[in-house]
Design a protein around this ligand. Structure first.
Ligand code: 5GP
Length: 223
């Protein structure tokens, strides 16, 4: 930060249905802000999709291993989404927050609620949506995802996400920003602007840093 200002780390949470572009946006953000924005890789019990890279897209593990690690209290939060388990490891969070780093997450609405509850001042939740259901469908099919069962599963997850979003509409709550992804570059610019603006939020700046910045003792000699 400018003038040696220190601040608390921010947890940027991207939420959004399949086809919203959140994975692409996530990749762009971590590439642009590679020095100080780290992606938190979630754990899942679902099978990898063809283009997914283990350890980068997700840490893939069996349901049994997931449940064992859950029993050992290793997860900060976890959800069961259409038969698969997904979760954020406590270790990911602690490493990031302690290092004063900003972290980036891709999770569902319920997960975002858990984050807001535990870290209300540090969490910035951004919900990304495709412009219409038709666009979502086209994006999904253009990607080559044609297995009808998988498509139904994803639409069903989308339905749950929108139902949760609707329940939060019109009042302050866990979702901070809603971004409609008509066009990827434009949506990216909006989200990038959020990241930059949130990094200047006054309440996260360390009080000692503000004191040093003001240099009152220097000013006192001049007035
Ligand atoms: P997919 O199977 O399409 O990768 O993900 C299904 C849903 O699980 C998406 O809404 C995704 O954001 C969510 N998800 C992925 N990782 C996590 C996690 O660690 N915690 C929670 N709560 N949801 C997650």
């Amino acid at each position: 930060m400018d003038r040696g200002l220190l601040r608390k780390g921010i947890l940027f949470v991207l939420i959004g249905p399949t086809g919203s572009g959140k994975t692409t946006i996530c990749a762009r953000l971590t590439a642009e802000f590679s020095a100080d924005l780290h992606y938190s890789v979630s754990v899942t019990s679902r099978a990898p999709r063809p283009q997914e890279v283990p350890g980068k897209s997700y840490h893939f593990m069996s349901r049994k291993e997931f449940e064992e690690r859950r029993e050992r209290g290793e997860f900060f939060e976890w959800e069961e989404i259409h038969g698969n388990l997904y979760g954020t490891l406590k270790a990911n969070l602690i490493t990031g927050i302690d290092a004063g780093k900003d972290l980036l997450f891709q999770i569902d609405v319920k997960g975002a609620v858990s984050f807001k509850h535990a870290f209300p001042d540090n969490t910035v939740a951004i919900f990304i949506v495709p412009p219409s259901f038709q666009a979502l469908k086209e994006r999904l099919f253009n990607r080559g995802t044609v297995d009808p069962q998988e498509v139904r599963r994803r639409f069903s997850t989308t339905r749950d996400e929108y139902t949760a979003l609707l329940g939060l509409a019109g009042k302050p709550g866990p979702v901070d920003y809603l971004i409609v992804n008509h066009e990827l570059d434009q949506a990216y610019e909006q989200i990038r602007a959020v990241v930059i603006a949130e990094r200047s939020r006054f309440h996260r700046i360390d009080a000692g840093s503000v004191e040093r910045m003001c240099e009152l003792e220097v000013l006192d000699r001049e007035v």
